[in-house]
Write a protein that binds this ligand. Structure first.
Ligand code: TEU
Ligand code: CA
Length: 564
């Protein structure tokens, strides 16, 4: 595998609307981000991914773009963006934006022109398709529920939208559209962006016959992902996109890729792949429900660990390097999801951080993860903003769940769990805004907030700083970046443990954590040179036990990082 500048770095996702509000309108903004750059630098992160900040009607929180060349008014101005870019550079940080080009907003000029003249050239920027027998061309269910087809007024045609009807899909078969996209991507890269996180990209290739499938739900529809999974040929689009844009700028790209075919890893992220890297969602996909959030399974520790391990080995054997996450703006909080109830405390959060951040790959933190923010309980559907949550609530009701049960489903799975404002302090509205936040803050902010944790040496935040510093330290960066991943103690119940072994310098680092309820004693293969990091501050005790007895005893929710 060819070494790349970003391999040894740590990335951080900012959800701008909820990060920091500088002017009291309740909406996070660019100036807010600017004011927190030093905080992020101190945390140790290098690459900042901003969720969409383009002009948008915000039907899907900015993932519906109405002008790719404009900054949303809510977030600020282009001058402020340029300043953010400059200030990030000054601190040796890299800015990555979200590239949303499977679809745009129905308010985008292209779509408006297409509607105004459904036979004209702009109609061909989208999929305007004749209906069959007076009905939609196929029976696909969109990601956000309901048909993927919406009638084009005044015609017998329908337009395709894999997501909301306000997010019409762009027609990648049209070379003119592709050129427009490349021009726009290059325009941003010319400004000095480091690269892009690429949204929902696996959806850009369509089967132009739009075949219908066996219905898979009560609504008589079939998931649109079925078509995506069956169609071939996306590689040509992705390769052209790369050649025309990213490759020319040596840009960093991270794809949001679900449903990739198994043998395509090399093609996607090998040395000459379409993207630099992509997210490893193997742990997240495990729990997916067949029909929706309501029938998803809870996380089973062993299944989760083994899925991550299998994925690590698979990626490593392919000579690839993926991006690891425990949460993002589409997922519930990792601490609420992956930690058993008895472990949902500061020790548990530090343990989760340890086992995740030291995996082989590029770690991505999501805002608030570094202070251990958790899911937010709501009692009524009106308290939710997210379009997907509203749909899934209805799906749950339609499946026969009571209102109370359906709300519980949302509390567990809603994308809003991760979108509540960042908790900066115990002041009103968590110090996020002086006004009324666009989405209510999690009421636990007096307990969980940055200001309090900055003061405390043993806080989750302080631990994240140490953990990231360890990962990037001169002494261990080689091993923790490129060292081989080797599973360890897999037979031990509740244990999440692996080695990182460097061929370059001979170092072996053992990461061992006890997700179980009871203490666990492990026999070590040999001596230990040094305990590098303990989430309970037990470095010295561990060294002594290993020296005297050759064992390592981990209490419940304890994690240790040892140089063997
Ligand atoms: O997500 C794509 C996606 O397929 C899912 O994460 C989906 O949004 C989720 O399962 C619905 O609950 C990306 C973005 O990350 C997401 O925020 C956007 O809504 C979506 O694309 C459309 O742009
Ligand atoms: Ca604001």
């Amino acid at each position: 595998m060819k070494k790349k500048w970003w391999h040894g770095k740590v990335a951080y996702q900012i959800y701008p609307k909820s990060f920091m509000d500088s002017n009291g309108d309740g909406i996070g903004d660019l100036k807010g981000i600017l004011s927190k750059l030093d905080y992020l630098k101190e945390l140790g992160v290098d690459i900042l991914w901003l969720s969409p900040i383009y002009q948008s009607p915000f039907v899907d929180q900015g993932y519906d773009i109405s002008d790719y060349y404009k900054i949303a008014e809510e977030f600020g101005t282009m001058e402020e963006f340029d300043e953010l870019l400059k200030e990030a550079k000054k601190r040796d940080m890299y800015l990555v934006m979200d590239l949303v080009v499977n679809h745009c907003s129905d308010q985008h000029e292209w779509f408006q022109k297409a509607l105004a003249d459904p036979e004209g050239e702009y109609a061909d920027y989208f999929y305007f398709v004749k209906g069959k027998d007076g009905k939609a061309p196929s029976n696909y269910r969109s990601y956000f529920g309901g048909s993927t087809w919406e009638a084009v007024p005044g015609t017998d045609k329908y337009y395709l939208h894999m997501f909301a009807k306000e997010q019409p899909d762009l027609n990648w078969e049209n070379p003119k559209l592709r050129q427009e996209i490349y021009k726009m991507v290059n325009w941003w890269l010319d400004k000095g962006l480091a690269g892009f996180r690429i949204d929902a990209i696996i959806n850009i290739k369509k089967d132009l016959n739009f075949p219908s499938f066996e219905p898979d739900g009560e609504d008589g529809l079939a998931a649109c992902t079925k078509m995506v999974e069956e169609v071939d040929g996306i590689g040509d689009f992705l390769e052209e996109l790369k050649e025309e844009t990213f490759a020319r700028h040596d840009a960093f790209t991270v794809g949001e890729v679900f449903n990739m075919k198994e043998d395509e890893l090399q093609e996607f992220i090998g040395d000459h792949g379409h993207f630099s890297t992509m997210f490893d969602f193997s742990g997240h996909m495990l729990t997916e429900g067949k029909h929706g959030w309501y029938d998803s399974k809870p996380v089973d520790f062993k299944e989760w660990r083994d899925a991550l391990f299998a994925s690590q080995e698979n990626i490593q054997n392919a000579g690839c390097f993926e991006a690891n996450i425990i949460e993002n703006h589409d997922e519930p909080r990792g601490a609420s999801r992956f930690l058993p109830h008895y472990a949902q405390n500061e020790s548990g959060k530090k343990m989760l951080a340890t086992t995740s951040i030291l995996l082989r790959g590029l770690p991505f933190l999501y805002q608030g993860q570094e202070i251990g923010m958790v899911n937010c309980e709501r009692t009524d559907i009106s308290e939710y903003d997210d379009i997907s949550t509203k749909d899934q609530y209805q799906v749950a009701l339609d499946a026969g769940l009571t209102k109370e049960k359906a709300i519980q489903v949302c509390n567990t799975h809603s994308r809003d769990n991760a979108r509540t404002p960042m908790q900066w302090s115990d002041e009103a509205q968590a110090g996020f805004t002086t006004g009324t936040p666009w989405l209510a803050v999690n009421p636990n902010y007096p307990k969980i907030n940055v200001a309090e944790q900055e003061k405390r040496e043993d806080s989750v935040l302080s631990y994240y700083k140490k953990l990231i510093a360890l990962r990037k330290s001169d002494a261990y960066v080689e091993t923790l970046t490129y060292g081989t991943f080797i599973p360890a103690y897999q037979e031990e119940e509740g244990i999440f443990s692996y080695l990182r072994k460097s061929e370059e310098n001979g170092q072996t680092i053992l990461i061992a954590a006890n997700y179980g309820k009871e203490p666990k004693t492990l026999r070590l293969p040999g001596r230990c040179q040094k305990a590098l990091l303990s989430n309970l501050g037990r470095e010295k005790e561990c060294e002594q036990e290993i020296r005297e007895q050759g064992t390592l005893t981990l209490g419940s929710c304890e994690s240790e990082v040892l140089l063997l």
